[in-house]
Design a protein around this ligand. Structure first.
Ligand code: MCN
Ligand code: CUN
Length: 786
């Protein structure tokens, strides 16, 4: 036991290892979709609809064909001849690839041009003449369900109205009884506005169909290459083994790169028709106006309360605006994603959720932007409701949370909506946060400031969220079960290559997966190269979203490394000439139990696997593992924000932001902190400045970075981070997901802080973003602002 390696030194679990991928990223050596140039490559440009709802009378492409350098012009009618005008979505709906009958949102794809260069293609798009007959437009769920509302999806049989689903979960009768017994009923209405993840790199693809081999290679900005391969096989009716999807370096994904977009399909068809590689790269407006957005959900919430602060029951009704096609990528069983994960950290006897999803004349999506399948909305609603309830009861908001938390000794805990949470120390996290922010002192300071007309506020947001879909019993996308995979090949000299079914987009898997292998095998992390994103080489997996990589693919990495270790143990016994039972393991080395000095390193075992294996043993040191998690992982977070609001202008400044995250064992604390800081910045952005709105005609306001704001280093506040570690009881190394926590839990902390500051006005709610004019209106007019 004396010669084991120092885990931190070899870059194992817990090491603050520098991100290896950044070596190429900061040197400008990343290989993004637009960096890839294939010989003879053509370019696609898409003509988008200027109108939100209109019948297409005719499309005249003749002028576009006349432009030199134009190779192909595609319309919906032409796609239809190949059965490609429509494609299936990931939520069992259909979506137009190119419009045939109608356009249903502004920015919808109407035609496309394939030309020698993108500029020619763009000019040719402008030469296409489309005759539209405008139709009445629907831009919100209220309009969608009124009597006589225009029917958006008249292409579908059995679709008499604009309702996609009416869904419910929970215990209605039990919840009704809780409300009958309540001393106080607290109510709130909120809108979580439409936002957009707007990754630095927009979407794009290059399709390359080789007629000689019948092989289709597609480079594509996708977070889930294997799902795309399956989708392409089904949509384009190509044999799956002849399709290779390669996801090159991604300049951020944030859920925006999960869906299959029409541009991908057009590039594929164009390559098949022209027998040339065809590239489609979206511009910024195209990305903002037409691709997967986040949120756009309305909530009516009610809480049944006992006077002493105990929550007896919760009722929620949500209306989700899905746009013109139901294109969410989410577990098929749950129509409004994991909205019913709300209130999981509180011990609540009864809860009931009803949810309605509708079509509107807006771009499709809803599940993106660090949302973990709508957990973002769930936790925002939860924490806004909790604050309103504490106010109604006149109980301190921290205390109110504490009395309702699930206790540390009450795990696993079945939530009112039926989830099973795995572990946590909620009270401790809250204590760490309150201590760090100086809670009691701040309350005094706030009171003093109030006397002088200054508005200080403090907002808390505490939540546990379900990260890491599956298990496969409950989670599938289009029937494909949600598990994940890893494949490890240890070479003769002890160097290794690891591949997984996940796909990093900036999260740092190339760094952190190697750390898991280092932890399990004692190979230095720098000796392990990690590769993801190529369906011809990576094992089948469901990709990266819902912070599922650590909980699922990361667990598979552990499991495959353990398989390798088990084989290495046999090799060690052979080399040491003892029986396997007499061999002990310490990091990086097997030794003889009775003679610890006699040992062999893992590298020596690797060499033996190729040069000196025992009789009857298969040569080589390679393996793979598929991991189907027994449960989701349930990290906990406590975010606390203090603000000062200027009553003269409605401008608010963040004084302090404290984050206490418990994501179980941290593989790489530095990477985790980066995830949290990024997430808090997005939370701040949504709370303060980001939303995509539409005017009454369905024109998208927010299709560029003048209108859709990204926070820069200048306005982004500083963060103080703390950690609590409650190992995940069912994950091989005790890790829970972290990728989305701060974006999920953060917004409510900012909004609660501002609402706390202006509480004296009697205002209950100002909808995000809390732009100064909205806050000013709330202060001066003393009414809610939506
Ligand atoms: N990690 C760790 N210890 C833990 C948990 C995680 O060291 N206990 C590390 C992981 O090894 C990984 C990173 O933190 O390098 C994030 O891990 P995880 O929580 O498993 O999340 P995923 O890798 O599945 O990433 C998905 C998540 C989602 S859904 C969105 S959206 C999002 C996010 O990650 N998109 C991002 N963070 C992003 N960060 C960047 N830079 N770019 C994006 O597009
Ligand atoms: Cu919903 S954004 Mo992330 O799950 O890819």
């Amino acid at each position: 036991m004396t010669q084991g390696l120092d885990e931190i030194k070899i870059g194992g679990l817990g090491a603050r290892r520098r991100r290896v991928e950044d070596n190429r990223f900061v040197r400008g050596r990343g290989n993004y979709i637009d960096d890839i140039v294939l010989p003879g490559m053509l370019h696609v440009e898409i003509l988008r609809s200027p109108l939100a709802h209109a019948r297409i009378r005719s499309i005249d492409t003749s002028k576009a064909w006349d432009i030199p350098g134009v190779r192909l012009v595609l319309t919906g009618e032409m796609m239809a001849t190949r059965n490609l005008a429509w494609m299936p979505t990931l939520s069992y709906d259909t979506q137009a690839v190119l419009a045939t009958d109608k356009v249903r949102f502004q920015g919808q794809e109407v035609a496309c041009v394939i030309a020698d260069d993108p500029y020619i293609a763009k000019d040719a798009c402008e030469a296409i003449v489309v005759d539209y007959e405008p139709l009445p437009v629907i831009v919100n769920p209220t309009q969608a369900v009124v009597e006589g509302a225009p029917l958006i999806r008249d292409d579908k049989e059995n679709q008499p109205d604009n309702v996609i689903y009416d869904w419910e979960v929970g215990d209605k009768a039990g919840t009704d009884r809780a409300f009958e017994r309540a001393d106080v009923v607290s109510k709130i209405e909120l809108h979580y506005p439409r936002s957009h993840p707007s990754p630095l790199e927009c979407c794009g693809s290059i399709a390359d169909f080789d007629r000689a081999t019948s092989k289709l290679t597609v480079y594509m900005t996708t977070q889930a290459p294997h799902i795309v391969r399956a989708a392409v096989a089904l949509i384009a009716e190509l044999p799956e083994h002849m399709i290779r999807i390669i996801s090159p370096d991604l300049g951020g994904g944030f859920g925006n790169k999960v869906p299959v977009y029409p541009g991908y399909v057009m590039a594929i068809l164009a390559s098949i028709l022209t027998e040339r590689p065809v590239k489609w790269v979206e511009d910024r407006s195209g990305n903002l106006i037409s691709t997967g957005f986040g949120r756009d959900v309305y909530l009516q919430g009610e809480m049944a309360l006992r006077r002493d602060g105990k929550i007896l029951g919760v009722r929620m009704h949500t209306d989700a605006d899905h746009g013109a096609f139901f294109g969410d990528a989410q577990p098929s069983k749950f129509k409004i994603g994991l909205m019913h994960s709300a209130f999981a950290c509180y011990d609540i006897p009864a809860a009931h959720l009803t949810a309605r999803g509708v079509y509107t004349n807006k771009a499709p999506g809803g599940v993106a932007y660090r949302c973990s399948f709508r957990v973002t909305e769930a936790m925002f609603f939860q924490e806004r409701m909790v604050q309103a309830a504490a106010d109604d009861l006149g109980i301190d908001q921290a205390e109110f949370r504490r009395v309702n938390f699930v206790r540390d000794d009450d795990f696993p805990h079945r939530t009112a909506f039926g989830f099973l949470t795995d572990s946590g120390q909620y009270g401790k996290c809250l204590d760490v946060g309150l201590e760090a922010v100086g809670y009691q002192e701040f309350l005094k300071e706030k009171e003093e400031a109030r006397k002088r007309g200054r508005l200080l506020g403090i907002g808390i947001s505490t939540m546990t969220e379900p990260l890491g879909a599956g298990n496969s019993r409950e989670f599938d996308i289009l029937g494909i079960k949600m598990f994940d995979s890893a494949e490890l090949r240890v070479h003769m000299t002890g160097k290794a290559i690891l591949r997984t079914g996940a796909r990093t987009q900036g999260q740092g898997h190339e760094t952190t997966w190697a750390q898991i292998v280092a932890h399990e095998l004692g190979l230095p992390a720098e000796d392990i190269v990690v590769e993801e994103g190529d369906t011809d080489t990576a094992p089948f997996g469901m990709g990266t979203y819902a912070s599922r990589s650590t909980p699922v693919a990361g667990a598979a990495v552990s499991m495959v490394a353990r398989k390798i270790r088990a084989k290495a143990r046999k090799l060690a016994a052979h080399l040491l000439e003892v029986s396997e039972e007499d061999v002990e393991w310490e990091l990086g080395r097997f030794y003889v139990r009775s003679a610890p000095d006699r040992g062999v390193t893992i590298q020596e075992c690797a060499m033996a696997a190729y040069s000196n294996m025992p009789d009857g043993m298969e040569p080589g040191l390679e393996g793979n593992a598929y991991y189907d998690p027994p449960n989701l992982t349930w990290p906990f977070a406590c975010y606390i924000v203090t603000v000062e609001v200027d009553p003269q202008t409605g401008v608010w400044d963040v004084l302090n932001t404290v984050a206490v995250d418990d994501c179980g064992v941290r593989i790489n604390p530095m990477v985790v902190e980066g995830q949290i800081m990024g997430g808090l910045t997005e939370a701040y952005a949504m709370a303060s400045m980001q939303f995509i709105t539409f005017d009454a005609e369905g024109n998208c306001v927010g299709s560029n970075f003048m209108d859709y704001l990204l926070p820069t280093a200048w306005e982004t506040p500083g963060y103080e981070l703390h950690e609590v570690v409650t190992p995940c009881p069912h994950h091989p190394i005790g890790a829970k997901g972290i990728g989305e926590c701060a974006t999920v839990g953060g917004p409510a902390a900012f909004v609660n802080a501002v609402m706390d500051a202006i509480k004296d006005t009697g205002v209950r709610n100002v909808d995000m973003p809390l732009l100064p004019d909205r806050v000013y209106e709330a202060i001066t007019q003393r009414h809610d602002v939506s």
